[in-house]
Design a protein around this ligand. Structure first.
Ligand SMILES: Cc1ncc(COP(=O)(O)O)c(C=O)c1O
Length: 469
C-alpha cells in the first residue's frame, strides 16, 4: 500500500533510489481515515539540502522571492522534471501541477511539439542577434490572429514588456504619470512597485526599497472598480497622465474578476481624457482565448503587454498595438527600446509551437470545460458540507477563496485565510497536488491535465478540505 511508503523509515530507505513516489496515489485508498495520518511525512530532504546549498549562492536561496515558500511550510521543492500535468522533485515525489511555471505552460510540461521545435532550433545555434525567420513566423501568427494587434515587439520578460509599454505611452503622449490599480501586479517595474498614498488619488508610495520617491510619485494608485475615484483623478490630472494600466483579469492577488463594465469605463474614460489604455495581459494573454482579455471582453486597448504563454516556457515578453501606436518605437520612431536576446530564435520556436496548438478548433472550449468540471466538483463538495469556500474560475484559471463572499478586491481577503491556505497547501503536497506557494496565487489547468488527473486532484482537494474543517 502507498500508505506504507510514508513512514519515516521506509522513506529513508527509498531516498536516493530510483523509485518514484506518488503521494497523489493516496487517492487510491480514499475514504479511509487511515491515510490522514500521513501528514508531514513526504520526504523533502533532498530539496531541503539543495535549498541550504542555494542559500550560499542566491539571496534567500532563490532567484525569485515567492519560490522561497515563505508563506507555506517546509523548504521549497526542487523540481527536476515535468511531464504532462505532473512534476517530480529531487526526492522523487510526484505532483499534479497546478502552478504550471506560474502560467506559461498552457500545454503542460514537455509538450512533444514544443520540445521538437526547440531541439531542431537549438541544433542550428542558440542566438544570432539578428532577425530570424522564426521571429517572422511567430509575429505573423500573432498579428494574423489577434484583432487588436497590427505590430508586436518581442522582449524577454513580462516586466520588460510592461516597462517598455509605459515608455511608449509616455513617448506618444508626452505626459509622465500613470494610473495603476491596487491589487494589480505588473512585474518589478520601478514606478509600478507602488501602493496608494494616503487619501484617494494621491501619488504612490513605493513598496520596495531602492525606488526613488520621485519615481513612485509618477504613479497614481486607485482601487479597482472605483469609478468615482477614476473620474476625479482624470478630471484633476489628465494633463499629466500618459496612461492607465490594468490587469484586465486581475490574477495576482487572488482572482479578482471585475465587472466588464469597469473595463468598458476605463476604455471610454481613456478616450475622453486623451490618455492611453494598457491591458497587461501577461497572465490573461493567450490564456482566456487567443485574443486574451481584449478579445474576451471585446475591448481594444491602445497597448497590450504579454509574457508567460507567448514564449511556450522560454523567456519571452512582448508589447503590441496598432500600426500607429507601434510606429513610435525605434527605429521607426523616437521611443528607444532594445534587447540583446529579444526574439531569441529558440524562444521564438517554443512560442510558435505553443501558439499554433492554441489555434486548433475547440482548444479553449475543451480547456475551459475541463476546468469548470474540476472546479464544480470541489465547489459542490464544499456546498454540501457547508464550508465557507468559494472557487473563482475564469477560463482555465482558478482560485480558492475561504469565504462565500464574491471577492473583487484584495482588502476583502481575510489575513486568517492565508493561514488556512498554508495548511491546505501542506496537506495537498502530502497527497501529490502542487499549488503555487501562496494563497494569493491562482492555479492553472493545462491541456495536459487529463480527466483522470483532474478527478484525482479534485478528490485529494476535497479530502484535504474535510481534514482541515
Ligand atoms: C500581470 C503581470 N504582469 C507582469 C508580470 C511580470 O512578468 P515577468 O515575471 O515575466 O517579468 C507578471 C508576472 O507574474 C504578471 O502577472
Amino acid at each position: 500500500m502507498y500508505f506504507c511508503l510514508y513512514t519515516e523509515s521506509v522513506v529513508g530507505v527509498l531516498r536516493g533510489s530510483f523509485f518514484r513516489i506518488r503521494p497523489g496515489s493516496l487517492a487510491e485508498c480514499q475514504n479511509t481515515n487511515q491515510h490522514m495520518e500521513v501528514s508531514n511525512q513526504i520526504n523533502r530532504q533532498t530539496s531541503a539540502d539543495l535549498f541550504e546549498e542555494a542559500k550560499h549562492y542566491f539571496p534567500g536561496g532563490v532567484n525569485s522571492p515567492v519560490r522561497a515558500f515563505k508563506s507555506v511550510s517546509g523548504p521549497p521543492l526542487f523540481i527536476k522534471e515535468g511531464q504532462g500535468a505532473r512534476i517530480t522533485d529531487e526526492d522523487e515525489n510526484e505532483f499534479i501541477d497546478f502552478c504550471c511555471s506560474w502560467g506559461p505552460l498552457i500545454l503542460g510540461h514537455n509538450n512533444d511539439q514544443v520540445r521538437e521545435e526547440v531541439i531542431q532550433t537549438v541544433a542550428k545555434g542558440t542566438s544570432f542577434g539578428t532577425p530570424t525567420r522564426l521571429g517572422n513566423q511567430l509575429g505573423k501568427l500573432i498579428t494574423g490572429n489577434h484583432r487588436y494587434i497590427d505590430k508586436i515587439r518581442f522582449v524577454s520578460s513580462g516586466t520588460e514588456a510592461v516597462m517598455s509599454a509605459l515608455r511608449l505611452a509616455r513617448g506618444i503622449t508626452g505626459k509622465s504619470k500613470v494610473i495603476k490599480f491596487e491589487d494589480c501586479y505588473h512585474g518589478h517595474v520601478d514606478s509600478l512597485l507602488v501602493k496608494a498614498g494616503s487619501g484617494l488619488a494621491t501619488f504612490g508610495v513605493s513598496t520596495s526599497a531602492g525606488i526613488p520617491p520621485s519615481f513612485a510619485k509618477e504613479t497614481i494608485v486607485l482601487p479597482l472598480n472605483d469609478r468615482k475615484a477614476l473620474d476625479e483623478t482624470l478630471q484633476e490630472h489628465a494633463d499629466d497622465i500618459a496612461c492607465i494600466i490594468v490587469e484586465p483579469i486581475p490574477a495576482n492577488n487572488g482572482l479578482l474578476v471585475q465587472d466588464p463594465s469597469f473595463l468598458e469605463c476605463l476604455r471610454l474614460k481613456a478616450y475622453k481624457y486623451g490618455v492611453l489604455l494598457i491591458f497587461d495581459e501577461v497572465i490573461s494573454g493567450f490564456r482566456v482565448g487567443f485574443e486574451g482579455a481584449a478579445g474576451y471582453y471585446d475591448i481594444q486597448p491602445d497597448i497590450l503587454t504579454f509574457g508567460k504563454i507567448i514564449g511556450g516556457g522560454m523567456p519571452v515578453g512582448a508589447y503590441a498595438g496598432s500600426h500607429e501606436v507601434m510606429s513610435h518605437i525605434a527605429p521607426d520612431g523616437p521611443v528607444y527600446q532594445a534587447g540583446t536576446l529579444s526574439a531569441n530564435p529558440v524562444a521564438m520556436a517554443a512560442g510558435y509551437a505553443t501558439l499554433k496548438q492554441l489555434l486548433e478548433p475547440g482548444f479553449y472550449e475543451n480547456l475551459e470545460k475541463k476546468t469548470a468540471d474540476f472546479v464544480r466538483k470541489i465547489q459542490d463538495h464544499c456546498d454540501q458540507k457547508g464550508y465557507d469556500i468559494h472557487l473563482q474560475q475564469m477560463a482555465s484559471i482558478f482560485w480558492m477563496a475561504f469565504t462565500r463572499e464574491r471577492i473583487l478586491r484584495s482588502d476583502q481577503i481575510e489575513a486568517a485565510s492565508m493561514e488556512t491556505f498554508k495548511k491546505v497547501h501542506h496537506e495537498l503536497l502530502q497527497r501529490g497536488v502542487y499549488l503555487g506557494p501562496s494563497g494569493y496565487e491562482v492555479g492553472f489547468v493545462s491541456a495536459a491535465h487529463t480527466q483522470s488527473d483532474l478527478e484525482e486532484a479534485a478528490s485529494i482537494v476535497t479530502e484535504v478540505l474535510d481534514l482541515i474543517h
